[in-house]
Design a protein around this ligand. Sequence first.
Ligand code: SF4
Length: 228
Amino acid sequence: MSFSYKEIYNEDGKKVLEVNILPEKYCNFDCIFCPIGRSYNKVDIQRPFDEIDNSLKELENMIENHKVELVYINSKGEALINSKISTIIELIKSKGVSVRLLSNGYLLGRDEYIQIANKCDEVIGEIKAIKEEDFQKIQRPIEGYTLKEYISNMTSFNKQYKGKFILEVTIIKGYNDTEESIDKIKSIISELSPDNIIVERMNDEKFKKKLGISDKRFKEISKVLQNT
Ligand code: SF4
């Protein structure tokens, strides 16, 4: 496989390189609104992918040639399942470059993945459904997963994590946009105690009509949650 990249951009004066380290979608969830499509490979154990050496060389060249300051691992699904993720993170760190890892957060409760995420300067975890039945219905995780465990996995991870833990909360019409839901999200945020909160909504054209909330409601909710 080879990694894929987004155009390099600036964030707070830093040059950011976004990289996808999966050849196709591999995730432990199969969210109905996933922008990448269905999860035909629902998986939560690591697996190897071909031609990793070439991919690592290419990544190293990208970092050097573009004087990248932060690499954001944002993959087609759950990046932690690439068995070479530790090597990838170590390579980036050896260049004196910071690493941000996006994970849906469920696997942050398992030892092997905690050790990997701990190597990163920033970790993003996510919250979407906030009721157990909704979690099963709209995020369709691997059998046996529960929302309760999902939240406790991220909570225990962040308790021992020294880096910056960022929580991305996605507001979905009909699932977590009422006042009662916002209160519940606030209590989840208090439990997780992230360093930063990103509030999102359904932006994908395919799902916006059914699951998107209005600009006004989005502003209101963002304000409340950012002040939690
Ligand atoms: S967790 Fe993210 S990548 Fe995985 S199925 Fe859901 S939306 Fe897609």
